[in-house]
Ligand binder design. Structure first.
Ligand code: PMT
Length: 222
């Protein structure tokens, strides 16, 4: 597959985890490293696109020529994503956004409750960033999500594709060894309303090239 020519196109990509504070010293998060999203940003840029990369707290260098916006929690990520989506042709949600956040952020460090070995944490739902963008009536980019699953991977991914009204979803089994979260490699199945394509396990950098080609073919086909 020759590399797509994406000059003049604008991609916005989310990457990494979000971090949801509990108090000044603690937070809830997940194992996303940002590698998948950063690889996609680098591949889109190499193909000539203008790229905005919205990154949660990760430890990765910014790919050459990419505009990076750093965020911490899901609501900040949503704000940055909505702003970038106004200007983009393709929106790709590779971030592992926390579905819930603590209902309150304590001003002071939370103390151990005296005399009890149990405690509970009240959580509230975070906004669904990719679903919000896919639901737009105006300025709606071609919208691609990921599905991180540990069982019934394709079934759950197909559910997210239709429920979130996405144009494409990239399913990965995050329970597999050497794949998914924080690995250099990944193995995915691409689903769109017309069918599915299984891609063999490969380096995220190589996979990203392939995925950008497939996304471009769908997004910019006449
Ligand atoms: O970062 P790496 O270490 O390289 O790992 C890559 C990855 C496993 C994180 C990546 O390939 C991946 O699967 N990203 C999506 C992770 C995820 O949270 O999936 P999900 O099935 O929970 O969410 C489905 C989709 O909705 C995703 O596109 C997600 O970005 C989006 N979402 C979810 C919740 C929310 N509040 N807002 C969202 O936009």
């Amino acid at each position: 597959q020759p590399r797509a020519d994406l000059r003049g196109k604008h991609f916005a990509i989310t990457a990494g985890p979000t971090r949801e504070s509990l108090d000044p010293v603690r937070y809830l998060t997940n194992h996303s490293s940002g590698k998948m999203g950063f690889a996609l940003a680098a591949a889109a840029r190499r193909a000539g696109a203008e790229v905005t990369l919205i990154a949660g707290p990760v430890n990765l260098p910014t790919p050459a020529g990419v505009k990076r916006v750093d965020v911490v929690d899901a609501r900040e990520m949503q704000e940055a994503a909505e702003r970038a989506a106004d200007l983009c042709d393709v929106f790709i949600a590779a971030a592992a956004v926390a579905d819930f956040r603590p209902e309150r952020i304590a001003q002071e460090k939370i103390k151990k409750s005296d005399g009890s070995d149990r405690d509970t944490l009240a959580l509230v739902k975070n906004p669904d960033i990719v679903a919000g963008i896919a639901a737009r009536n105006e300025r709606r980019p071609f919208t691609v999500g990921f599905a991180a699953e540990t069982e019934k991977v394709l079934e759950h991914a197909a559910g997210k594709l239709s429920r979130k009204k996405l144009d494409m979803i990239i399913a990965n089994d995050v329970s597999e060894a050497d794949s998914g979260f924080n690995s250099e490699r990944n193995r995915v199945t691409v689903l769109d309303p017309s069918g599915r394509t299984e891609l063999p396990q490969s380096l995220k950098t190589a996979l990203a090239e392939q995925l950008i080609g497939m996304i471009a073919a769908q997004a910019f086909s006449q």
